[in-house]
Design a protein around this ligand. Structure first.
Ligand code: PLP
Length: 404
């Protein structure tokens, strides 16, 4: 008789954002007159920049003519996009990354959940706590995480690296040696970052113990401080221990368009085995390439007009971050993040749990945020607000919170 992959049955509860969605839907059914402001999910709200729209239109027109029509895209991405990424995101920053080390995909969520497939189930993963839930859940589905302890809300075979106010939301090297280390900077959910020197410590450690770092740089466009690395390959020795994931979702508003990429340097090995051909094989077998139209839109991100327009878009969201950060600080909240990331991480007042504060804020201010505990046990007592709303809604939400 057919059997399911029972690792799926081990997943506790529903996905964080579906729980939030259900709570918000119930509240709005009960209170149809209330204007709810959503600063919860990390989805963008600004329209695509004009340079991207022009590229999309141009590519659509090409598809209407047999002479310029495009069918299946190359598995690993079109050369024009891989070259633009290699030059702008890496070589111009002094990083030694070539176009053929870039694998274009439909986004960093898929890549961050799929990448574990090329590693043995025996590998032990280490994650920051709190963490972007996809890293852990994808390993649960694969059967790599052991058993779930509902009391501590942790998996027996996962190494958790707490990131709290005590360590400035930066993980410390784990006591137990991991095989795969997931790092995300600028961080979702805490909005924290680490300096180049701090990241260098991780690279030296990974090279020493033979671990691989999976470095999620989805929010690199939001970095405003000088000493914060945009790519892990800015550090010495990263080519032999790191995979980098990037997304066009947050730097260019592609959450609904879908585009991202993974970088695997040619010399990166697990034991004696090169990982580049493994991921190429995985990509070729299971993925048929991001759409031509979307890859042309991605190319426009690197055009001179695209760069100017997207810088303005990021500045728009970061102005919201400032409104949230300064507004809440002046109201007496303990806040962090929001300087190199579009996320503000606040301590819940009056020792409320994260979910208590969620309910309180929804009910009293009709503002939706994300409970910190949904990202891991060390997120308990914290709450995430995002800067991705409209300016007017952000200002109104903060005014309502200040009035509580
Ligand atoms: C850390 C992190 N990685 C990846 C993603 C997903 O990126 P994409 O839209 O490219 O799938 C998100 C989205 O919120 C994220 O926060």
């Amino acid at each position: 008789m057919v059997k399911v992959n029972d690792n799926y049955l081990k997943l506790p509860g529903s996905y964080l954002f579906s729980t939030i969605g259900k709570k918000v839907a119930a509240f709005s059914t009960e209170h149809p007159d209330k204007k709810i402001i959503r600063l919860g999910i990390g989805d963008v709200t600004q329209p695509l920049a004009p340079a991207i729209i022009t590229a999309l239109h141009g590519a659509v027109d090409e598809m209407a003519d047999a002479a310029t029509f495009h069918g299946y895209a190359p598995d690993l991405g079109y050369e024009f996009l891989r070259n633009a990424i290699a030059k702008n995101d890496y070589q111009d920053r002094g990083c030694d990354i070539a176009a053929d080390e870039i694998f274009v995909s439909d986004g960093a969520k898929c890549d961050s959940s799929n990448i574990q497939e090329i590693f043995s189930l025996d590998n032990k993963i280490a994650v920051c706590d709190p963490v972007y839930p996809v890293y852990v859940d994808s390993n649960v589905m694969a059967g790599r995480t052991g058993t779930w302890d509902p009391k501590t809300e942790t998996w027996s075979d996962v190494i958790y690296m707490p990131c709290t106010a005590e360590n400035d939301f930066a993980p410390e090297l784990p006591k137990e040696t991991p095989d795969l280390i997931y790092l995300c900077f600028p961080n979702n959910p805490t909005g924290s970052t680490i300096t180049k020197d701090q990241l260098q410590v991780w690279i030296d450690y990974a090279n020493k113990v033979g671990a691989i770092i999976i470095y999620d740089a989805a929010y690199e466009a939001y970095i405003s401080e000088e000493n914060v690395p945009h790519s892990i390959y800015e550090c010495e020795g990263a080519r032999t221990c790191a995979i980098e994931l990037r997304s066009f979702s947050k730097n260019a508003g592609f959450t609904g368009v879908r585009l991202g990429f993974t970088v695997i340097p040619k010399e990166l090995k697990a034991g004696e085995t090169n990982l580049h051909p493994l991921w190429a094989r995985r990509h070729g077998t299971k993925y048929n390439g991001a759409p031509y139209i979307v890859q042309r839109a991605g190319e426009a991100v690197y055009s001179p007009e695209g760069k100017v327009q997207l810088k303005e878009q990021v500045a728009y969201y970061m102005n919201n971050a400032k409104v949230i950060y300064e507004g809440l600080k002046s109201a007496g909240y303990t806040v962090s993040g929001g300087v190199n990331a579009p996320y503000i991480w606040l301590k819940t007042p009056d020792k409320m749990t994260s979910w208590e504060f969620f309910d309180y804020l929804l009910e009293k201010a009709n503002v939706v945020g994300t409970p910190g505990s949904g990202f891991g046990p060390s997120g308990e007592g914290y709450f995430r607000l995002t800067a991705f709303g409209s300016y007017d809604n952000t200002v109104e939400a903060i005014e309502r919170m200040k009035a509580l």
